[in-house]
Design a protein around this ligand. Structure first.
Ligand code: NAP
Length: 247
């Protein structure tokens, strides 16, 4: 029987931090499965870039917050077809606003994508990894989940929840050789942060001791470490990659 491909799954791997993680994990030798929700052309570009560099990748349309779709995806595309080595829960959105003006739908959607979506993928991945008796799960949270942020109560609650999920899952899954860690990016240059007004960016820069915004590759390097052979004894941790803005 042929050996199953060693797969790393990156949710929201079509742009930004997810794209950098997908490309880095492909370089590390994994076949990368990446998901997207609205922009297939961006996902196709990532697959093409990985293949051009000699790696293997496939893109799947999957809304991480749709629990039935997530279950079907794992059943149809991963179970018995791949050895799932790594899950990176990266898919995320913001819908910012002050608490007194925050609409129910903006609260709900941000929790659904950032927290419920990560839980749904983690639950399905765990079922497979428990049988394999190995696996690495990395949740992309945020510095604001550690420090709070005015105007982002929904997003901060989701990311703080993701840190709690990480620590609980680490305790539940450690006995089966599965590690679960979070990476908390600071202010990273991606589409998510591109529309912020110049004044906010300059103010933010003042609070970053290293004096620059981060790049997606800074986050990918941390994910690569947590997914790699050097991190086998690291679990339940929150690895801050934020230029020192919160210590
Ligand atoms: P981004 O550039 O906006 O990219 C978001 C990615 O997530 C895209 O690939 C998008 O796919 C996908 N996505 C959105 N909703 C999804 C859903 N429901 N299901 C599956 N995929 C979905 O974001 P980013 O800045 O790279 O952020 C990536 C992660 O890092 C997020 O979890 C974010 O909260 C976190 N983070 C970012 C920063 C920062 O400064 N940028 C800081 C801290 C934490 P489509 O293109 O198809 O829509």
């Amino acid at each position: 029987m042929s050996e199953l491909p060693k797969v790393a799954l990156v949710t929201g791997g079509s742009r930004g931090i997810g794209r950098a993680c997908a490309e880095r994990l492909a370089k590390d030798g994994f076949e990368v499965f990446l998901t997207y929700v609205s922009r297939p052309e961006e996902a196709d570009k990532v697959v093409a870039a990985i293949e051009a560099a000699g790696g293997k990748a496939k893109a799947f349309k999957l809304d991480a917050s749709d629990r039935d779709a997530v279950s079907a995806f794992f059943a149809n595309e991963i179970k018995d077809k791949a050895s799932l080595e790594v899950l990176v829960n990266n898919a995320g959105i913001t819908k910012d606003g002050l608490i007194i003006r925050m609409k129910d739908e903006d609260w709900d959607r941000v929790i659904q994508v950032n927290l419920t979506g990560a839980f749904a993928c983690l639950r399905e991945a765990s079922k497979i990894m428990v049988k394999q008796r190995q696996g690495r799960i990395v949740n992309i949270a945020s510095v604001v989940g550690q420090m709070g942020n005015a105007g982002q109560a929904n997003y901060v609650a989701a990311k703080a929840g993701l840190i709690g999920l990480t620590k609980s899952a680490a305790r539940e899954l450690a006995g089966r050789g599965i590690t679960v860690n979070a990476v908390t990016p600071g202010f990273i240059q991606t589409d998510m942060t591109a529309s912020l007004p110049e004044a906010i960016v300059s103010k933010m820069l003042e609070s970053i001791p290293l004096g620059r915004l981060g790049g997606s590759e800074d986050i990918a390097a941390a994910v690569s470490f947590l997914a790699g052979p050097g991190a086998g004894y690291v679990t339940g941790q929150v690895l801050a990659v934020n230029g020192g803005m919160y210590m």
